[in-house]
Write a protein that binds this ligand. Structure first.
Ligand code: AMP
Length: 280
């Protein structure tokens, strides 16, 4: 496995013309959820005979944080991250500094935000500017890495839809592949931010995946939303949203496919999760 910290080095070691790798962008503090995406990208690269294999980026992108404190305290575990990437079969890790991604002498474009990014009451309403930062960094990384395919987690369901839409809008020839959410025992979705949870909060946070399970007994989206909210409030989680939307457009919709989506806060830690939803 090769480690690059500058995009010039990345360009030197990868196939000229690009499109010979499968890519997994991350912010580091890697866990089994990331490892499963990397293994998936390795399999894609093998099946499609991509000589450059799987490329993983590790970059805590400052432009997608809407709270400075969240950015500064974001966990950093680079040595363990590199071991995890190697064990999962990555060929290249690109772990740049801010200056390499956002050179001061070169403006880095923020692509137009797809409509799915700004649906009322979801991420953009609660984290203004977040998806503008995500689109900016993902487009930049796509331009530097030039993958044929890129794997994103279903854990960040709205982000997955935003990236799909952005890639389509930009007409980039990149296949966006979804990886399923990996959970801890008990159902809590793995997240780099789970390290900030106390043992008691970790127990209370189980209410999120339990609320998603509860929603499966509802006959309508409105009933599902009520059930989820009540399960979360029973355990004293501050609900930011608990909704059922169309799985792709993320608009309120009478007919499916549907997705149930939750964001809730426990003190300073914000957790998100989602699942498929069908009327019982
Ligand atoms: P992050 O490092 O949190 O920005 O996430 C990098 C990628 O890993 C994103 O595509 C996430 O959706 C994905 N990811 C995060 N947590 C999980 C998980 N528990 N299971 C699967 N994928 C995940």
């Amino acid at each position: 496995m090769i480690l690059c910290t500058r995009h010039k080095d990345l360009a030197r070691i990868m196939a000229p013309g690009g499109r010979r790798c499968a890519f997994v962008p991350t912010m580091g503090a890697l866990h089994e959820g990331h490892a499963s995406l990397i293994r998936k990208a390795v399999a894609v690269a093998r099946d499609r005979n991509l000589d450059d294999g799987c490329v993983v980026s590790i970059f805590v992108n400052p432009t997608q944080f809407n709270e400075q404190a969240d950015f500064t305290r974001y966990p950093k575990t680079i040595e363990a991250d590199l071991s995890l990437c190697e064990a999962a079969g990555a060929s290249v890790v690109y772990a740049p500094g801010v200056e390499d991604v956002y050179p001061t002498d070169e403006g880095v474009e923020v692509p137009p935000l797809p409509a799915v990014a700004t649906r009322p009451s979801l991420e953009d309403a609660l984290r203004p500017g977040h998806f503008a930062g995500v689109c900016q960094v993902v487009k930049r990384l796509f331009d530097l890495v030039r993958p044929l395919a890129a794997v994103f987690g279903e854990k960040d369901w709205q982000q997955l839809q935003v990236i799909r839409a952005m890639t389509r809008d930009l007409r980039y020839p990149i296949d966006i592949i979804a990886g399923e959410t990996i959970r801890e025992q008990g159902g809590l979705a793995m997240s780099s931010r789970n390290v900030f949870l106390s043992p008691e909060d970790r127990q209370r946070a189980l209410a999120i995946s339990q609320a998603l399970c509860e929603s499966w007994s509802a006959k309508t989206p409105a009933d599902a939303e009520r059930l989820m909210r009540s399960e979360l409030e029973k355990r004293d989680l501050a609900v930011e949203y608990a909704v059922v939307r169309h799985a792709e457009s993320l608009e309120p919709a009478a007919s499916g496919p549907h997705r149930a989506l939750i964001a809730a806060r426990m003190g300073s830690v914000r957790l998100i999760d989602n699942s498929e939803w069908r009327p019982a």
